[in-house]
Design a protein around this ligand. Structure first.
Ligand SMILES: C[S@@+](CC[C@H](N)C(=O)[O-])C[C@H]1O[C@@H](n2cnc3c(N)ncnc32)[C@H](O)[C@@H]1O
Length: 405
């Protein structure tokens, strides 16, 4: 059996290249790109790579290991494909099992039925072979099988992650409209922030962006606090896994620059504090309660130091709240960035695609992202000195997006 496997790592849409950059930076990972997709990347890698990717990737949602692929025209083809795979290579009939499905332009009329047929195929494989079949468990199964259906094919994967990778194990409760951890990690990568620069999230909510940043800065691997599906698979190399975890633990260091998070709501500040503590980075984070639209910046940048305001402000998700309140908020935020954050960079995730006009700032980059189903932009701004004052609203209203100052 080949030592290399075809892997597929789904990720939030818009973060495919950021995921590839991240994988390239994982020490010791030898997985190579096979192809880049919409919301995922296909790699070829070893079981050691599978462990490393699960342990270190902040952006991937899962690490799937391909078992089979074949053309299918009906659900019974899925059954036959599942029936003939040598599943005993990975688990035995005493294990509990769950099958999930994703589909893109699949002609099969019922995805639920496709799941049932895949499950029947796996179970009948063991029944015919051993006279015993695995049982199905929705909650906490030993083995997760992932079925993907495209316009003409079925692909069967083993889900080596188990729970989705954005579940790091540190979030106990969340605030209003929290970002998924892997989207927050993607924002940090796309923004251009590096751990040598100051990071400030003035609308921190549950602290997701700042905690991800603190773990990156302190070199705390995102998977150190959780278990993975591959640990329950046959042939799992426990000694190698222990070694990889120990190497990850030994990489820990202090954050090289301040990471500051604030929220107007004191409950959010406490929540961020609790989450940071569970994530093991409370020492790297400075948490404050305050109104982002008032007061002084959290610190003055030292000569040669760079700083990033990175946030998903309110109104980023609630697209229905597009009234004058949201416009007024954006205008005040834009004025504040221009007046008080000269010399900083800013990266804001906003669902308002014309937000540049509202902010009165012209972005140097706009990255298309999806926060769940909501299309957003990560707008990046270099806040240089000497910006002209804001145009009156009536005049600005005639300006096309991207032309506003
Ligand atoms: C979209 S949420 C941020 C979610 C956060 N990224 C997370 O993952 O949990 C926006 C946050 O901004 C806070 N907020 C609203 N107005 C604010 C203001 N003027 N100053 C500071 N925080 C504010 C809210 O309390 C809320 O927690």
């Amino acid at each position: 059996m080949s030592d290399l496997h075809s892997l597929y790592l789904p990720c939030p849409r818009g973060l495919e290249q950021a995921l590839l950059d991240e994988i390239r930076d994982i020490d010791g990972c030898t997985a190579r790109l096979e192809s880049s997709h919409h919301a995922g990347v296909a790699l070829r890698g070893s079981l050691r790579d599978v462990m490393l990717l699960n342990l270190h990737s902040r952006i991937a949602s899962r690490v799937l290991l391909r078992i089979a692929q074949a053309p299918v025209a009906q659900a019974d083809d899925v059954y036959r494909l599942a029936l003939r795979q040598p599943w005993e290579r990975w688990f035995d009939a005493t294990r509990t099992l769950r099958v999930d499905v994703t589909a893109e332009r699949s002609p099969l009329p019922s995805l639920h039925f496709a799941i049932l047929r895949a499950k029947d195929g796996v179970c009948d494989h063991f029944r015919l072979r051993d006279g015993q079949r695995p049982s199905v468990a929705r909650e906490n199964p030993d083995v997760r099988i992932h079925l993907h259906l495209d316009a003409s094919n079925a692909l069967l994967y083993l889900d080596t992650s188990g729970e989705a990778l954005f579940k790091r194990g540190w979030r106990a409760a969340h605030g209003e409209a929290p970002l998924k951890e892997n989207l927050a990690a993607g924002l940090l990568r796309l923004s251009g922030w590096t751990p040598q620069a100051v990071l400030y999230d003035p609308f921190c909510g549950a602290g997701t962006i700042a905690i991800e940043a603190a773990q990156m800065a302190c070199r705390v691997a995102p998977g150190l606090q959780r278990g993975f599906g591959f640990e329950r698979l046959q042939g799992f190399d426990a000694a190698q896994w222990r070694q990889l975890r120990e190497q990850a633990q030994a990489a820990r260091r202090d954050a090289p620059a301040p990471i500051i998070a604030a929220d107007i709501d004191p409950r959010m500040v406490r929540l961020s504090q609790d989450n940071a503590q569970r994530a093991g980075v409370e020492d790297a984070l400075q948490l404050r309660q305050g109104d982002a639209l008032e007061g002084a910046p959290p610190l003055q940048l030292a000569p040669g130091q760079s700083g990033w305001v990175l946030s998903n402000p309110p109104y980023a998700e609630r697209i229905e709240a597009k009234g004058s309140q949201a416009q007024d908020f954006l205008a005040r935020l834009g004025d504040r960035l221009k007046q008080r954050f000269t010399g900083w960079n800013a990266a804001l995730l906003l669902a308002d695609l014309r937000a540049e006009r509202g902010l009165g700032l012209k972005a140097s980059r706009r990255h298309v992202l999806y926060n769940g189903p909501i299309e957003c932009r990560l707008f990046t701004f270099a806040l240089v000195a000497g910006r002209p004052p804001r145009k009156p609203m009536a005049e600005a209203a005639g300006t096309a997006p991207g032309e506003s100052q």
